[in-house]
Structure formats: structure tokens, C-alpha cells
Design a protein around this ligand. Structure first.
Ligand SMILES: Nc1nc2c(c(=O)[nH]1)N[C@H]1C(S)=C(S)[C@@H](COP(=O)(O)O)O[C@H]1N2
Ligand SMILES: [Mo]
Length: 335
């Protein structure tokens, strides 16, 4: 697409470096310069100083905790683990998955520490509308979901397009079991996911302003992908309700695709006839395709996808096609 117009959301390369840089001190320096530059002022500066010390798990979990929780969630956690899914590697330490996140609404491209910016994010009340090409469109509040669906825990690998990876236990239910409740029509060929759109609650959404990034965050799957048993809706992580920074109160998890396909904090799920526009495919179609399956032999335009590093460790693993889930999904892509 050489007629592609360069928009301000086409972030220069140095601002989208493979994220190893975020593991070291440079993060603090960069965040410092940026906060000074964007005039976040004294409060931001104090927050920055605090960040130079190591945050504790308690601080991070307190910052991201959601209240009030849906009533019916009380009986769900911890849900029974589905024994069919195994990481094949050590589980990621909770503090690592809770402090290092991708959530552009809160941080934009310059920080991974969304937990510091989620203070004003309201996750209750919350509802998810499932609509479009279906016989029984419906708006579910979270209690409806907790009551009507069968919850389980799944140990999944996660692979971000930036080459970091993690192994975490999600609590939730297969996306297919939710879609069945609205009775999809034969005309439903795709499923579009839309994230909350509340700039006043999400600092980067607000500061980036209209006409910059294509908010709200959107993603999409084909109908066969969405109906595959691996496609999962998560309301919890590590046996507890999701923290805000991990996509509270409800998010998608599609472990055979790069992480950006797994939209967080979803408010709308639409069954469509046509392929929906997606956030990253709109921002930069050369780098982020609609399908976005994990494919180690296909390099990102700016880095190799052959290996991945596990959050919080020095460990690197070879990246596998479909993130190692080929036995479940490879047949979706034949012919
Ligand atoms: N709404 C929203 N969903 C999102 C993102 C985002 O920026 N906004 N980032 C995506 C990316 S790139 C990844 S890797 C995963 C990360 O999930 P985690 O931060 O909970 O580990 O969320 C995905 N979902
Ligand atoms: Mo990602």
C-alpha cells in the first residue's frame, strides 16, 4: 500500500523499539523526559520518583483493583482449571504480568506501566452488547455473564508481536458459548470487538486527542476463528477478577495470534457480514494484518519473530507457528 498516508499515529521507529529497552533503566529516563515535556506537572513528577523504586505486588494490585465487583463473581474464583491446556514452560510470576502491559488507551506507545494510569478507569457498572447478524441481540451486564456461562480456568501462552511472551491462567469461558446465546445467523462471517471509549478515564486517549489514533480500540476475527474452542473471553487472571491494566472487566484472549488481537475492556461484540476495520490494521496496515497468527518465519518489518522472551526472566524460547496451538487451529487456514 504505497499510497498509504503517513498519519501522526505512524510512530517513528525509535518510539516502537522491541521492548527489551523497557526492561532497563531507559524506561525511567524516557518517561521522565516525556512527563516533563508534556507538562504532567508535580503530581506526575512525584509519581515518577516513586516509580524509580521497585513497586511491590501489593501496590500494583491495589492500583488496578476493580470495585465494586459484580455480585455473582463471588462464587466463581478460583474456577476449575481445564486440564487440556498446558503451558509447557514455567508460569509467569503474577507481578510481571500485572506491571508490564500493553494498554495504549492509558500509556500510548511510550510506557508499559498502565497500572500507574488506571486510577480513573471505571469498570462498574459495565455491560457488553452482542449484536449484528444474529437472531437474539442482547446486552449482558457482568452478573448475567457470571450467572449464565460456565466458567473455567485456562493456562495459555501469550505472544506479543513485540517478541515478549508470558504464560498465565485466565478465568472465563469460550467466546463460542457467548455467541451461541445470541444465535448467530448464517450471514455472520466476522466478529468485531470494540473497547470502551471514555477518554476522560484513560489519559493517553484523552491527551492524544481526536483525529490522531483511531479510538476506540477495535479488533476482529472470522466467524470460524471466533467459534474455535481456543478463543476465550476472560474476566479473571491468576484466579481473581482481572485488574484494570490487564483489561478489566472483560477481554478477549486468542492465544494463537499476536497479542494485539486480544482486545481488552470490551463493550461491544458485533457479528458482521464484512471484515471489520481494526485499530492496528488502520494505524499501520504494512505491519499489522487482520489475521495476525503467530508465524516465526514471517518477520515483522522491523524485527525477527523467531524467538520470544518470557516476562520477568532472561529466558528465550523459539517461537512456534500458531504459538504452539496448531493442533487446534491450523485446519482453519488450509486452502
Ligand atoms: N483495548 C486494548 N486492548 C489491547 C491492547 C491495547 O492497547 N488496548 N494491547 C494489546 C496488546 S499489543 C497485547 S500484547 C495484549 C496485552 O495484554 P496484557 O497487557 O494484559 O498482557 O493486549 C492487547 N489488547
Ligand atoms: Mo502486543
Amino acid at each position: 500500500m504505497n499510497h498509504h498516508i503517513r498519519k501522526i499515529w505512524n510512530v517513528p521507529e525509535h518510539e516502537h523499539t522491541p521492548v527489551e529497552v523497557f526492561q532497563n533503566r531507559k524506561l525511567y529516563r524516557r518517561e521522565f523526559l516525556q512527563r516533563m515535556g508534556t507538562g504532567l506537572g508535580i503530581a506526575g513528577f512525584a509519581g515518577l520518583l516513586a516509580s524509580c523504586e521497585q513497586a511491590t505486588k501489593e501496590e500494583i494490585e491495589q492500583a488496578g483493583a476493580t470495585t465494586p465487583l459484580p455480585q455473582a463473581s463471588g462464587s466463581i474464583y478460583p474456577a476449575q482449571r481445564n486440564p487440556a491446556f498446558k503451558y509447557g514452560r514455567p508460569e509467569t510470576d503474577p507481578i510481571e504480568a500485572e506491571k508490564f502491559t500493553n494498554f495504549y488507551e492509558f500509556t500510548g506507545p511510550t510506557s508499559k506501566q498502565a497500572w500507574k494510569y488506571v486510577e480513573h478507569f471505571q469498570t462498574a457498572p459495565w455491560s457488553v452488547t452482542v449484536e449484528g447478524e444474529c437472531a437474539k441481540p442482547r446486552t449482558f451486564d457482568l452478573d448475567d455473564l457470571y450467572k449464565e456461562l460456565k466458567f473455567e480456568e485456562r493456562a495459555y501462552r501469550h505472544r506479543c508481536v513485540e517478541t515478549w511472551a508470558m504464560c498465565v491462567p485466565w478465568t472465563g469461558f469460550p467466546l463460542a458459548s457467548l455467541l451461541k446465546l445470541v444465535e448467530p445467523k448464517a450471514s455472520a462471517k466476522f466478529v468485531a470487538f470494540e473497547t470502551f471509549n471514555k477518554p476522560q478515564q484513560a489519559p493517553y486517549m484523552e491527551s492524544s486527542g481526536p483525529g490522531t489514533w483511531p479510538w476506540p480500540y477495535t479488533e476482529g476475527l472470522t466467524m470460524p476463528e471466533a467459534m474455535n474452542d481456543l478463543a476465550f473471553i476472560a474476566t479473571g487472571l491468576y484466579g481473581a477478577p482481572l485488574l484494570k491494566q490487564n483489561g478489566a472487566p472483560i477481554r478477549l484472549v486468542v492465544p494463537w495470534k499476536y497479542g494485539f488481537k486480544s482486545g481488552k475492556s470490551i463493550v461491544k461484540i458485533r457479528l458482521t457480514k464484512d471484515q471489520p476495520a481494526t485499530f492496528w490494521n488502520t494505524v499501520n496496515p504494512e505491519e499489522y494484518g487482520f489475521v495476525a497468527n503467530v508465524e516465526p518465519d514471517v518477520p515483522h518489518p522491523r524485527w525477527s519473530q523467531r524467538t520470544e522472551w518470557m516476562l520477568g526472566t532472561e529466558k528465550r524460547y523459539d517461537t512456534k507457528p500458531f504459538n504452539g496451538y496448531g493442533e487446534y487451529v491450523a485446519s482453519l487456514y488450509t486452502g
